[in-house]
Design a protein around this ligand. Structure first.
Ligand SMILES: *Cc1c(COP(=O)(O)O)cnc(C)c1O
Length: 363
């Protein structure tokens, strides 16, 4: 069997005990199974620091993008308008989604190494009173930058608009006080910081805003309200549920609790990230994002000066020795990326950096 650990931002390396849950073919209609779904939804509310009846959770089949597309195409009405603050590929993807669905939107684009400005968003909202919803990405996995959702939330809430956050690669790995910030829809997926396997996304919704979206969806299978309505009755999924993924996710949540919840996980990720950046700096390899905005999830590194190797060569060398890294995705610089989330510890970071050191010495 091939064996390496993933230093990518999801799917990521999961525990054997999470994978083992998938060996059972669970029946979907009985109470045991529905109970698992209900318990997952309850736990997610807790992780977001919110509770019923103000907030509720929808699980949606598909990868993370399906979750983002479900929210954007379900909650923004025909006469509404969306402002998207983007500084990377995932923010831009929200624009693509809006384009495909014919959702009226305005794009506020920022360079990939900068964060969207709350002040600028305040101005845009003032200039464009027709805007009803604002969306942005929290951890822009494209670059690894961590956007300031707290400052933006303040401005969006003061203006009385609906706030949608793609926290795909941060939820569970960075503590987010969803209720306190007044985030109306926050989206993440099974295969990121909760450390499950890919197969569904989840959306923590302000219940009132979700109720208002009834009948607005542009898609049948991605209809957020309809999905919620079925699931909220007794835990039944509207269409075939990804049973194996759900079982693995329930186990991943349990293991997260055992680790010490979000505080412990966030600490481990941060320590991994700091150690990685420190060790790479010792080899003359530096992050693309300034330390002020570098997030704890994934780091984009600039190649060392005068390097004489390709990404493919480096990737293969590292993979042969037990780790898979990620190509760069920013558009204005030659880079590669290393994620530090998943079942990854300091020992892994030390080992990876010694492999990279060896590679550079051989070059
Ligand atoms: C992973 C990720 C997504 C979803 O990507 P999928 O490939 O559809 O799972 C969306 N936004 C961000 C910021 C991500 O990191």
């Amino acid at each position: 069997m091939p064996n390496y650990k993933l230093l990518t931002p999801g799917p990521l390396t999961t525990t054997d005990t999470v994978k083992k849950e998938m060996l059972f073919d669970h029946c979907t209609w009985d109470d045991d199974y529905k109970q698992i779904t209900l318990s997952i939804r309850e736990k997610l509310l807790k992780l977001a620091h919110v509770s019923e009846p103000e907030y509720t959770v929808v699980l949606m089949q598909g990868s993370g993008t399906f979750g983002v597309e479900s929210v954007l195409t379900s909650v923004i009405g025909e006469n509404d308008k969306l402002l998207i603050a983007a500084n990377g590929a995932y923010g831009e993807r929200m624009g693509d989604i809006a384009e495909h669905a014919g959702i009226p939107y305005l794009m506020y684009e920022v360079e990939y190494h900068q964060i969207p400005s709350a002040e600028k968003i305040r101005e845009i909202l003032k200039e464009h009173p027709e805007i009803t919803h604002v969306s942005m990405v929290h951890s822009e996995t494209t670059s690894g930058i961590l956007n300031d959702i707290a400052s933006v939330a303040k401005v969006v809430k003061a203006a009385g608009k609906t706030f949608i956050v793609d926290a795909m690669s941060s939820f569970g790995g960075v503590d987010i006080p969803v209720g306190e910030l007044g985030i109306d829809f926050i989206i993440s997926s099974a295969n990121k910081c909760i450390q499950g396997v890919p197969g569904f996304s989840f959306i923590i919704c302000n219940r009132e805003k979700l109720m208002e979206s009834k009948g607005k969806a542009r898609s049948l299978s991605l209809d957020l309200y309809d999905q919620w309505e079925t699931m909220n009755k007794d835990g039944k999924w509207r269409f075939t549920s990804p049973t194996h993924v759900v079982l693995a996710f329930a186990q991943a949540l349990k293991e997260m609790e055992e680790e010490g919840g979000i505080p412990a996980r966030a600490k481990r990720y941060e320590e991994n990230n700091h150690l990685l950046i420190q060790r790479m700096a010792e080899m003359g390899i530096h992050p693309y994002i300034g330390s002020e905005h570098q997030g704890p999830i994934i780091t984009t590194f600039l190649y060392p000066e005068h390097h004489n190797f390709s990404f493919q060569e480096m990737y293969q060398y590292i993979k042969d020795r037990g780790y898979a890294i990620y190509p760069g995705k920013v558009t204005d610089a030659d880079t590669f990326r290393i994620g530090n989330i998943g079942e990854i510890y300091k020992e892994d970071i030390e080992k990876l950096c010694s492999i990279i050191k060896e590679f550079l010495e051989e070059k």
